[in-house]
Design a protein around this ligand. Structure first.
Ligand code: ZN
Length: 245
C-alpha cells in the first residue's frame, strides 16, 4: 500500500513528550478522532514551522497521516492562541488541570463532540478572564458528569419538593426542610441557587452566571467531594488549585 491517509482536523495539544533528537510525541484531542497520539518529527527544532501550532492550550489545525496507534504530524497551524491564559498563575494552572484531565482520563480514539466542545469552550473562558473559581467549578462539574455522576438539583432528592434548604452529599442532591437530617449541609438560598446554575450552565454561557466569590467558596467543596471520593481522579495540577481556592 502506498496510499497515505492524510486528514485535516482541528484540535488542542494536551501534552508533548520529547522523543529522540528533536522529535516529540504529541497527545492531541481532536475534533474528528478524539484523543490521539501523534509523532511530530523535528518539532523541537528552533526553526520548526510547526512550533507554534503544537503549543499546548492552542486551538490548531492539524494535517495528519492517520494510522492506528501512532499517527504522524505533517503540519500544525494555530487557529486561536489563548495568550492570556499565561498572564496569571491561577489561569495557567486551571488550563493545566483541564489538559491533564484530558490526557490522563479521556479515552483514546473515541471522538465525542461534547468532550471536544467543552475543551475549546473552557480554554476560551479561561483566556477571557472570568472568575477562576467559577471556571474551576464548571470544570469540576464537567469531570463529575464525564464520570457518570449526576446530581439532583431540581428539587428535594427524596420527595421532589422545589423548596429546599440543604444538600445531601450521600444522596447527591438538594433536600427539603422536611427531609433534612443533621448529616446534610445546610446552605443559604444563594448557595443552593449557585449550585443549580453552575450545574446546568454550559461553560460557553459562563457570562450568564453572576455568582458572588463568597458563595463560590461556600459550595466548591461539594463538587470537589465527588471528584475526590467517587471519580478516582487524581490530577497533579489540582493540588495547586486547592492551595489558592
Ligand atoms: Zn423532601
Amino acid at each position: 500500500m502506498t496510499t497515505h491517509n492524510i486528514e485535516k482536523t482541528e484540535g488542542v495539544v494536551l501534552k508533548i513528550t520529547p522523543s529522540k533528537e528533536s522529535d516529540a510525541i504529541l497527545s492531541i484531542y481532536t475534533h474528528d478522532y478524539g484523543r490521539i497520539s501523534v509523532y511530530g518529527k523535528g518539532i523541537k527544532k528552533i526553526n520548526s514551522k510547526n512550533a507554534r501550532g503544537v503549543t499546548p492550550s492552542t486551538l490548531s489545525l492539524f494535517e495528519l497521516n492517520v494510522r492506528k496507534g501512532l499517527s504522524s504530524l505533517i503540519r500544525a497551524s494555530g487557529i486561536k492562541y489563548y495568550t492570556h491564559i499565561q498572564d496569571h498563575i491561577e489561569t495557567d494552572i486551571l488550563a493545566q488541570c483541564l489538559l491533564e484531565y484530558y490526557y490522563r482520563y479521556v479515552p483514546e480514539n473515541k471522538p465525542d463532540l461534547e468532550t471536544y466542545t467543552f475543551l475549546v469552550d473552557a480554554l476560551k473562558a479561561i483566556d477571557t478572564g472570568y472568575s477562576y473559581k467559577l471556571i474551576y467549578a464548571l470544570i469540576l462539574v464537567f469531570i463529575m458528569k464525564d464520570n457518570g455522576i449526576e446530581l439532583e438539583v431540581d428539587g428535594c432528592v427524596h420527595c421532589g419538593h422545589t423548596s429546599v434548604t440543604s444538600f445531601s452529599l450521600v444522596d447527591g442532591g438538594f433536600v427539603c426542610h422536611k427531609h433534612q437530617t443533621p448529616q446534610d449541609v445546610e446552605l443559604s438560598i444563594d448557595a443552593l441557587k449557585a449550585i443549580r446554575h453552575i450545574y446546568k450552565t454550559p461553560i460557553a454561557h459562563v457570562d450568564a452566571l453572576s455568582i458572588d466569590e463568597s458563595v463560590l467558596k461556600e459550595i466548591l467543596f461539594i463538587f470537589e467531594h465527588y471528584i475526590d471520593e467517587y471519580c478516582g481522579i487524581y490530577l497533579n495540577a489540582l493540588r495547586f488549585v486547592k492551595e489558592w481556592i
